[in-house]
Design a protein around this ligand. Structure first.
Ligand SMILES: C[S@@+](CC[C@H](N)C(=O)[O-])C[C@H]1O[C@@H](n2cnc3c(N)ncnc32)[C@H](O)[C@@H]1O
Length: 341
């Protein structure tokens, strides 16, 4: 499933239409990437040879061709993540705009060890363009890392924070060890793979480099395939693939607790809204702050904070007018039973 060849030729020859669930790829930079050592403050004798770049003038056409192939091989509902610096970003965005792929997010990946410069700002981010192929529901595992009620260190929603579109993920600093020119960090790949694929899905990387996408995908119980044009890079990394055990990384993953907001996303009926308002009034009367009352109600009725806020704020706004209703206790009991059903 791994081919030492140009990805455009390779995809045409080896990959059928609609066969891949997820593509994660980091194309060559088109900035003489084989000269990167001039920018990085590191000992290049430890950096593996074999990075092939694309000549600047050929970048737009090259990009259009490989992205066309990526679109063809993706299954309907399949996802594509492209990691790109800012230099050639416009060519990638233009090529994507010429496809039928739909933009989902434009993610900023902020990393450490930026390229050091003293007469301008230090570049320390990449763009990650997340697109899906229309035609089926895309895989997006909303609770892959955090359940809906888990809090982060400052009391906010851990799930919300993890799904913001600015990701701070450090590059792995391999002090002294051999490294590829631009290996993507394991945490970054794990994030994209777990949110956008399921076990046994096929994950493809058009520009394998150190095979990092493939190694992590297999470790997470997925299947992998891809292309690398450089002979030395391919030979070095393919020899390691046999030792990568499928699903071996799954034990390292934290399993998020079950979701508590079991009714999230379901339509709120009139009866349930009334019960929420009544309970809220009781909690406020008992001395709770608005936030604490909503938090408690959220657990109680299995709904998100914002949907409860909207419901109770509706009451507050209307309470000055004639709309406010008193529900008798036998009526309340009937409504509870209705919701339970
Ligand atoms: C930015 S690196 C990928 C790094 C990889 N994501 C990793 O984590 O190691 C781009 C890779 O694409 C390879 N490459 C360049 N042109 C190619 C082509 N036409 N087809 C396949 N691979 C190519 C380069 O040799 C380089 O290894």
């Amino acid at each position: 499933m791994f081919y030492n060849c140009d990805c455009i030729d390779g995809a045409r020859k080896y990959l059928g239409d609609n066969t891949v669930d997820l593509i994660i790829t980091d194309p060559p930079y088109g900035i003489a990437g084989d000269q990167l050592h001039k920018h990085y403050n590191r000992n290049e004798t430890k950096v593996l040879d074999g990075y092939i770049d694309v000549p600047h003038g050929e970048y737009p056409e090259f990009t259009r061709e490989w992205i066309k192939e990526a679109e063809r091989v993706l299954k309907p509902g399949g996802s594509l993540y492209i990691v790109s610096g800012y230099t050639q970003l416009r060519h990638i965005l233009n090529a994507l705009a010429d496809t039928g792929l739909e933009e989902v997010n434009h993610i900023i990946w902020k990393y450490n060890f930026g390229v050091h410069t003293s007469l301008k700002y230090i570049s320390s981010h990449y763009h990650i363009l997340y697109y899906v192929k229309p035609g089926a529901r895309p895989t997006f595992n909303t609770y892959a890392f955090y359940s809906d009620t888990e809090k982060n260190a400052i009391g906010g929603s851990a799930n919300y924070k993890d799904r913001e579109d600015v990701w701070v993920i450090h590059r792995e600093y391999k002090h002294g060890g051999n490294k590829n020119k631009n290996q993507l960090p394991k945490a970054l790949l794990t994030k994209m793979i777990l949110y956008s694929s399921n076990p046994d899905d096929l994950v493809c990387d058009f520009f394998l480099g150190s095979f990092s996408t493939a190694k992590i995908a297999i470790g997470l119980g997925r299947n992998a395939c891809g292309f690398e044009k450089s002979g030395p890079a391919f030979d070095h990394h393919i020899s390691q693939m046999a030792s990568i055990e499928k699903s071996s990384l799954l034990d390292e993953l934290r399993i998020p607790p079950d979701n508590k907001l079991v009714n999230r996303g379901k339509r709120l009926c009139k009866a349930e809204k009334e019960i929420i308002r009544q309970k809220y009034a009781v909690l406020i009367a008992s001395g709770l702050t608005k936030k604490n009352a909503i938090d408690e109600l959220s657990h109680d009725v299995g709904r998100g904070y914002w949907s409860i806020l909207k419901t109770v704020d509706g009451t507050t706004n209307k309470s000055n007018g004639a709309v406010k209703q008193k529900i008798k206790s036998n009526e309340l009991f009937r409504l509870f039973k209705e919701i339970k059903k």
